[in-house]
Design a protein around this ligand. Structure first.
Ligand code: GTP
Ligand code: MG
Length: 196
């Protein structure tokens, strides 16, 4: 799918104030600094659409971006990063949970995982929670450019093995880089198929 138009609509801390639920939407979630906002910019080819930073905790609200006047991409605050204060982390989690549990038009959530890291408890628990709530999600491995090709395969295999300890099957996943744009067209094709 080609992205012809992408525009920022609004930021909210409360899901009740988000845009009405008439259009499909897709959210990006994951630990602070995993690359959620960068991925939105790279996918849309608008480098300054979502605010990014090397310092974790940059995105603090629910941000809606309208794509091709037809559907939304949603950038969320990160969860569970040790360098973000405990209070802020609790605030983020409240915002995130309220959002995820109350958007019937949220058709799929992309759970971002930094491909360089071994499976982390916080991400596994988050996916477990999504499963329990019946919320559909897929996995996006980020920062693929930071590893050699062999190490990428290795990391994905290790992650799959870990998930298979508790899940009956591996959810769909994408291996991506916002730097080289690897994998981003696949995500857009995936969204296009659901939108149909
Ligand atoms: P919070 O809003 O704080 O939760 O973080 P975020 O998940 O939105 O991360 P963000 O997109 O702000 O990126 C964090 C850092 O990772 C920035 O310094 C980005 O430049 C870097 N980064 C993001 N994606 C990639 C990638 O694919 N490759 C590389 N090399 N760096 C990346
Ligand atoms: Mg962000």
């Amino acid at each position: 799918m080609e992205i012809k138009q992408a525009k920022f609509v609004m930021s909210n801390s409360d899901h009740k104030k988000c845009p009405n639920k008439s259009l499909p939407e897709y959210a990006f979630i994951g630990r602070s600094n995993v690359g959620k906002s960068s991925l939105i910019n790279a996918m849309t080819n608008f480098s300054k659409l979502a605010k990014t930073s090397g310092t974790p905790g940059k995105t603090q609200l629910i941000n809606h971006f309208l794509i091709n006047e037809d559907w939304y991409l949603v950038d969320l605050p990160g969860y569970g990063y040790a360098k973000v204060s405990k209070t802020l982390r609790a605030d983020f989690r409240k915002i995130i949970d309220g959002y995820l549990l109350n958007r019937e038009n949220l058709l799929c959530t992309f759970v971002l995982i930094d491909i360089r890291h071994a499976p982390q408890k916080i991400d596994l628990e988050f996916m477990e929670w999504m499963g329990k709530k019946g919320l559909p999600f897929v996995i996006v491995f980020t920062k693929q450019d930071k590893l050699k090709p062999g190490a990428v395969t290795n990391a994905v295999d290790k992650y799959t093995a870990k998930l298979m300890e508790t899940w009956a099957e591996m959810p769909p996943y994408f291996v991506t880089s916002s730097e080289t744009k690897v994998g981003l067209d696949d995500i857009l094709d995936f969204i296009e198929q659901i939108n149909r």
